[in-house]
Design a protein around this ligand. Structure first.
Ligand code: BGP
Length: 468
């Protein structure tokens, strides 16, 4: 009995800012990711400093090399490919009267090539790459101007690509506004914990309104398109460190903070526990008169999410207002990657079931992968059994979730070709089935070559998931 449905979407995912490079080509303006020398989780320069190395400026030069890269994906059998549109290629400073034609033309050609190679584009409208000018002028998503500018950006995209792109997600990992607010919402948090919390929830609220307006626009311009939201659910797979009620309840609270974005955008209203957070942190969301009605009337259709790991919560770990990484402590039952991400395929099955119970909507696993160091042998081969094992374990977990009754529409491995790490700016944290000759200092030929795991994914796709 086959497990994965016919037409299941198999592919891979990247983001414009981590792959394209060509950061000034074709009239593109600087984005927030162009001023982060050590990835989006680290320091930020006010503007790109001449002579300083920024990993995203050239990345892997996907902008010029995508034809060859997508042929590798075709060889693995991909029927979809996820990437983002760099907002500042279309509106270099975010608010020009007219869009930048050279930027639009680039994505015309990219999406056309995907279709020619048998892949449905799965497009993230904004993936940690807000135009830098919108951060400088408005302070990012805490300012409502961005709602109208984003709607204008969506109108251009839906009009231009509505016939060739059928799967859209409005923002990447919107719930990461609480862990990496600069990357996820282009905001620079400041002041005490209450003020930071207020900034983050205000930014998320404005993004919920922008999402609702994008869904409304899509219904007008692309009535058959699939409109989704995208969250990081690595933070949602939270285990209590012990059966102590404080740990259990704290883990649930942390998980809920992750789910607020989905509760609002899939269920159409703020849940009670969110309102309590606002009261406890003494702030009142600034809303427009139609905000809540818009959110109610235009929920998203599917939940896209990333899952890499699970985390473990022990009482006393800060839940709200922190802008650090994912809170938690080591889980003694799990192995971790070189970057401390705990490998937990059963956690993926658990999260899928939890999402199914909570939202009963289609779900799309749009990021899953293992970041690890790779060694190029003298003969050029690259043996990466750990990556193939991670892949098989997680595809198997998805199969189990489907048998549990979870409505899963697709799976895109994160970084099917090596790209720049978002959190660290490194190339050495490699996810790809295709290796790229470039190191953490930007040295290398950018030559591409297959790793052993390339065949592993090819077999999985050829068997529609049955071979794991
Ligand atoms: C997610 C982002 C991706 C990707 C991934 C892996 O949060 O949506 O952009 O980068 O994390 O993280 P990293 O690249 O830091 O290993």
């Amino acid at each position: 009995m086959t497990v994965f449905p016919k037409g299941f979407l198999w592919g891979g995912a990247i983001a414009a800012n981590q792959a394209e490079g060509a950061w000034q080509a074709g009239g593109k303006g600087p984005s927030i990711s162009d001023v982060t020398p050590h990835g989006l989780g680290g320091e930020v320069d006010p503007k790109p400093l001449p002579g300083k190395y920024y990993p995203n400026h050239e990345a892997i030069d996907f902008y010029h090399r995508y034809q060859g890269d997508l042929q590798y994906m075709q060889e693995m059998g991909f029927n979809c490919f996820r990437t983002s549109i760099a907002w500042s290629r279309i509106f270099p400073d975010g608010e020009e009267a007219e869009p930048n034609e050279a930027g639009l033309k680039y994505y015309d050609d990219l999406f056309k090539t995907m279709h020619e190679l048998g892949m449905e584009p799965v497009v993230t409208i904004s993936h940690y790459e807000t135009p830098l000018a919108l951060h400088d002028k408005y302070g990012g998503w805490t300012d409502r101007h961005l709602i109208d500018l984003y709607e204008k950006y969506c109108r251009v995209l839906f009009t231009r690509y509505g016939n060739i792109v059928h799967y859209w997600m409005t923002f990447n990992e919107m719930n990461n506004t609480h862990t990496i607010p600069y990357a996820a919402a282009a905001i620079a948090v400041s002041g005490d914990a209450d003020h930071k919390t207020a900034q983050m929830y205000q930014a998320e609220h404005n993004m919920y309104v922008a999402n609702a307006k994008a869904v409304r626009l899509a219904k007008q311009l692309m009535p058959t398109a699939h409109m989704g939201i995208m969250l990081s659910l690595s933070q949602a797979a939270v285990y209590p460190a012990t059966c102590a009620p404080k740990d259990v309840f704290g883990a649930m609270q942390l998980q809920r903070r992750t789910f607020i974005s989905a509760d609002v955008q899939l269920r159409g209203a703020y849940p009670g526990y969110a309102k309590r957070i606002f009261q406890e942190h003494n702030f009142q969301l600034k809303m427009g008169p139609d905000d809540l009605q818009l959110i109610h009337d235009y929920p998203s259709e599917f939940l896209g999410f990333s899952y890499y790991r699970s985390s473990t919560y022990a009482d006393g770990t800060p839940i709200y207002g922190d802008t650090g990484g994912v809170v938690g402590r080591p889980n003694p039952y799990l192995k971790a990657t070189d970057w401390g991400w705990q490998i937990d395929p059963l956690g993926l099955r658990w999260i899928c079931n939890l999402v199914q119970d909570r939202y009963n909507c289609p779900m799309f696993i749009v990021e899953n992968g293992l970041g690890m160091k790779d060694k190029v042998e003298p003969d050029g081969s690259i043996h990466d059994p750990a990556r193939a094992a991670y892949l098989k374990q997680h595809v198997r977990a998805i199969g189990e979730a489907i048998k549990d009754g979870c409505n899963i529409m697709g799976y895109t491995w994160w970084g099917p070709i090596d790209i720049v790490s978002a959190g660290t700016g490194q190339m050495s944290k490699r996810y790809g089935f295709v290796y790229v000759d470039r190191d953490d200092a930007g040295h290398g030929t950018l030559a591409r070559s297959k790793k052993d795991s390339f065949e592993a994914y090819k077999q999985i796709i050829a068997s529609n998931g049955e071979s794991v």
